[in-house]
Design a protein around this ligand. Sequence first.
Ligand SMILES: Cc1cc2nc3c(=O)[nH]c(=O)nc-3n(C[C@H](O)[C@H](O)[C@H](O)COP(=O)(O)OP(=O)(O)OC[C@H]3O[C@@H](n4cnc5c(N)ncnc54)[C@H](O)[C@@H]3O)c2cc1C
Length: 335
Amino acid sequence: MSTPSLQSFNTFGLVVEAEELVSIASTDDLKKLHDSQAWAQRQLHILGGGSNVLLTQNLSGLVLLNRIQGKKEVYRDEQVVHIEFGGGEIWHEAVTWAVAQGFGGLENMSLIPGTVGAAPIQNIGAYGVELKDRFVYLDAFDLDSGETRRFLKNECEFGYRDSIFKSWAKGRFFITQVCLELQLHPEVNLRYGDISGVLEQWGIAHPSIADVSRAVIHIRQSKLPDPAVLGNCGSFFKNPVIPETQFEELKARYPEAKSFPAGEGYIKVPAGWLIEHAGWKGHRAGAVGVHEKQALVLVNYGGAKGSEVLQLARDIQADILDRYGIALEMEVNAW
Ligand SMILES: Cc1cc2nc3c(=O)[nH]c(=O)nc-3n(C[C@H](O)[C@H](O)[C@H](O)COP(=O)(O)OP(=O)(O)OC[C@H]3O[C@@H](n4cnc5c(N)ncnc54)[C@H](O)[C@@H]3O)c2cc1C
């Protein structure tokens, strides 16, 4: 049991207190706690790196901090290796480790903050790759029954920033291990974003996975605010997916509207474009604001309250609905 301040445990840097904060280093720690008095009838909150939570109030009950470490090779053939990572491993460190081993598949997801155990929750993704593309299974501790359970890929129902851990299984399972399939003869994926442009600028014609990782880090650092400098949670809203017919109406009104295909009959509209087009980019209200370079990122300029960030998010949602008839869904988990 340790200090109850959560300020350094959330990347928004919000000042919030936990009634009790417990560091979990193993499944055994969870079992012991589950059988103890400390557990009984208490509200439970699972926290990894705090890079996708908006803390709007002090937290009663137990905050379980995932610090389960470890990497274990559990399978290998000619083509792939399966590595089981402890859920408390830092995601970017896992990526860096894989790249150093020459194991391909994670490099496009370099520098995403947070822990490995949280990665399946919203099926993290960046630069054309999602967690589900590398996922084999996860192990989780059922906070209700105290049993451990393995979830295979098809059971997780991964979607765009979505999985069962955001619906019926939300808050019930503590993810302790995640097993990923990595390539022994990696093929780099340069199709998305500015990766190939950056590599070309650097004069790299035949990039390795390490080159791709460096390019992704370079792009991300130039586009996104560093939470250590300016509190934020990355993309605050999901990119809305709307029916093609609705997009045609939007395009008729705003020919400059941006879009991506999103499966038959559907179009994904960048939330950042909608927010910027509506004039919110760079908007500031006291200690909270919309980042001046990236409209999808809400920021804490220092001393903001979670409720103020939430209010700004609601104002943006109402305005976007009013202007474009599109409902923005929060990607960040508000507590
Ligand atoms: C600057 C910045 C850039 C980002 N860029 C991206 C990006 O490119 N792509 C992307 O997908 N995301 C991105 N994110 C969001 C964030 O990094 C991911 O969602 C990440 O997976 C969150 O990990 P975490 O450990 O910080 O989770 P937390 O914020 O601690 O938790 C998030 C949610 O998951 C639950 N949870 C956490 N760990 C567990 C566990 N072990 N078992 C069960 N539930 C758990 C929590 O209860 C909470 O509901 C970005 C965030 C920031 C700050």
